[in-house]
Design a protein around this ligand. Structure first.
Ligand code: TRP
Length: 331
């Protein structure tokens, strides 16, 4: 079975963008691949080292959202990066061979240093972000890595580090392939890309009354100012959500027609959307509530996930240590 690794930094509650994008793909892969899904808390610390006060809460939120959407600990390994120490061990080994030039030229690095000016990211740790990411992936000899387009440069560095390691020390790592899956467009309530920092997100944990309110005040085709103005669904963010949540083609046609002829108002269209979201999200909310009330079960899931991950990870580290001429402690 092919192996898959993917990770997410714990940054708080996840939203519909994460669900429609990354998590839907992860769900499909857990059925057919040996999957390792990790909440990468060391990565979170690389950019948020100055204030880790919310880290534990963010880890729990990510875990609850993952389980809520249906990641199944019986089908994949779900674990916290820092609890599998081999990540750090391989990170160290790879850092020896990671050329500074690759890291300094990494476009994501340059962009973040510029954009996040309220944080001092000129640290040794942050420069090594892609090295730790490579360690995450290579530790499981992953064949495929489902990620968004924004991770292309990072994944390229992972592949190059795998090649470089193999050149120096012998064939140990397969070159991981990027699994770039097409994401449906999920705009936020203001029509921009859904993002927590924009305050426009529909969160997986939001109960229906909250979602109801968010959708009712959501932006629509800006050209449709009055109820009597005709609108264009393809310019409407509510329509993008319909495309994701609404399985009823006939209703969709009626809504589009009604919009274009001003036969229906935006609120009519939004009410239909809310009904479909409610149906889709009911089992998700139910699972989230179930796990929220069961801290013990969450612990068991994380312990079991770490155990499965460690089993693979320590095999790889044995090989890595042998390849560079070390005897691994505890081996
Ligand atoms: N850098 C990824 C992101 O910001 C998170 C991540 C860390 C990751 N390690 C990984 C993703 C390994 C895939 C594989 O989204």
């Amino acid at each position: 079975m092919k192996r898959v690794f993917s990770g997410m930094r714990p940054t708080g509650r996840l939203h519909y963008g994460h669900m429609a994008g990354a998590l839907t793909n992860w769900l499909a892969l857990q059925e057919t691949h040996e999957c390792y899904y990790s909440i990468v808390d060391w990565h979170a610390l690389m950019s948020d080292y100055a204030d880790p006060s919310n880290l534990a809460e963010h880890v729990t939120d990510a875990l609850l959202d993952w389980l809520a959407v249906g990641l199944d600990p019986n089908k994949c390994a779900i674990f916290i990066q820092s609890r599998v120490k081999e990540h750090i061990e391989l990170h160290m080994a790879l850092s020896m061979i990671a050329p500074l030039g690759w890291l300094e030229r990494n476009p994501t690095y340059k962009e973040q240093i510029l954009n996040l000016q309220n944080k001092d990211l000129s640290t040794y740790g942050f420069l090594g972000y892609p090295v730790l990411m490579a360690a995450d992936i290579l530790l499981y000899k992953s064949n495929q890595v489902p990620v968004g387009e924004d991770q292309t440069a990072h994944l390229e560095i992972s592949r190059e580090l795998a090649r470089r390691f193999n050149n120096f020390y012998g064939e140990v790592f397969p070159e991981p392939e990027m699994l770039l899956t097409r994401y449906p467009k999920i705009p936020g309530t203001d029509g921009r890309k859904m993002s927590k920092s924009y305050g426009n997100a529909l969160e997986i944990a939001d109960e229906m009354p909250v979602i109801d309110k968010k959708i009712r005040t959501m932006m629509t085709d800006p050209a449709r100012e009055r109820r009597t103005d005709p609108g264009e669904p393809n310019k409407c963010p509510v329509w993008d959500l319909h495309k994701f949540f609404n399985p009823d083609k006939e209703e969709m046609n009626e809504l589009a027609e009604g919009c274009r002829t001003a036969g229906i108002g935006c609120i009519d269209c939004k009410k239909k959307l809310i009904a479909h979201v409610a149906v889709n999200m009911a089992p998700v909310h139910e699972r989230r509530k179930y796990f929220e009330a069961r801290a013990g079960e969450l612990n068991d899931i994380l312990n079991e996930g770490a155990r499965k991950a460690r089993a693979r990870a320590s095999e790889t580290m044995e090989e890595v240590c042998r390849a560079v001429g070390m005897t691994r402690a505890g081996a």
